[in-house]
Write a protein that binds this ligand. Structure first.
Ligand code: APR
Length: 254
């Protein structure tokens, strides 16, 4: 772990590491969306944290009500500057795509609440595209029996289900393959807002590190992989990433 002397150094150190990197991959979890108003799972006020204390669920906006926050927008900036080569996310809230991350630059490991997928040909469609209305057609979980009124795949007439991966569901093959490829290609991985407690997703930062990449974790609380991190920034993602983008711009001008 690199010794930090002051907060300012953290920003300039991460900026330096990004400038030296040739293949930056970012890995995100629910913590990147809390500043948009969504609850996370294992943070101090998270869904599972409160459940385990016998408390009611935390206050949280619905996916349809929230907007990308400065942390999401900072990643779009890193993408548009050609610095971030790929984004691996555990989030299903669609905020990365909504913020401007390109479809071919992201692997949504746990799916996306706006998308359904075909069990036969694995095609993806937005719920709007196929006219899937949750109140009429249900959530579309693969564990529920198909309803006769549910839309079918436009390409192969196969059964459509929600793309969201529930516990014990199989992981999406294409997304897993892309996540593994880019984790092995990267020379720097930055984890933003994940407790790194859920596998196989949490394997990717370890895979990158074991393969020689540097690992930076931006997370307000401890994570399962802190012992592997070269740097752990204990700050809110939105605040830190905003400072980071400003620092990178400053270096561009100097
Ligand atoms: N800035 C930085 N870190 C934050 C912020 C923030 N604004 N808000 C919360 N965090 C931290 C929390 O302290 C926590 O450690 O982000 C982390 C989020 O961890 P989790 O809630 O465990 O979310 P995640 O790692 O994405 O969970 C993985 O678990 O329940 C499943 O399928 C679900 O995809 C999810 C998976």
């Amino acid at each position: 772990m690199i010794k930090i002397t002051s907060e300012k150094n953290e920003v300039s150190l991460v900026a330096e590491m990004i400038k030296e990197s040739e293949y930056l991959v970012v890995f995100t979890g629910a913590g990147i969306s809390t500043e948009s108003g969504l609850a996370d799972f294992r943070g101090k006020n998270g869904l599972w944290t409160r459940r385990d204390k016998g408390l009611p669920p935390p206050k949280s906006k619905h996916f349809d009500e929230v907007e990308p926050n400065p942390a999401h927008l900072a990643l779009v900036e890193l993408q548009n500057q050609g610095r971030m080569k790929f984004l691996i996310s555990q989030n299903v809230d669609n905020l990365h795509l909504q913020s401007g991350i390109k479809l071919n630059q992201i692997s949504e490991l746990h799916g996306n609440y706006k998308l359904v997928k075909c069990l036969k040909c694995d095609s993806r469609f937005s719920r709007d595209e196929v006219g899937w209305i949750r109140d009429i057609h249900g959530r579309g979980s693969r564990k529920e029996p198909p309803q006769s009124n549910q839309p079918i795949c436009k390409k192969c007439q196969g059964r459509l289900i929600s793309s969201v991966v529930d516990f014990n569901d199989p992981m999406p093959e294409k997304e897993v393959e892309l996540a593994k490829y880019h984790s092995l290609e990267c020379d720097l991985m930055i984890v933003v807002g994940s407790s790194l407690s859920v596998f196989p997703a949490a394997n990717y930062p370890k895979l990158a590190k074991d393969n020689g990449a540097k690992l930076i974790i931006i997370n307000t609380d401890p994570t399962r992989l802190d012992h592997l991190a070269d740097l752990h920034i204990r700050e809110k993602a939105g605040e830190f990433l905003l400072k980071l983008i400003k620092e990178l711009e400053k270096r561009l001008k100097s």
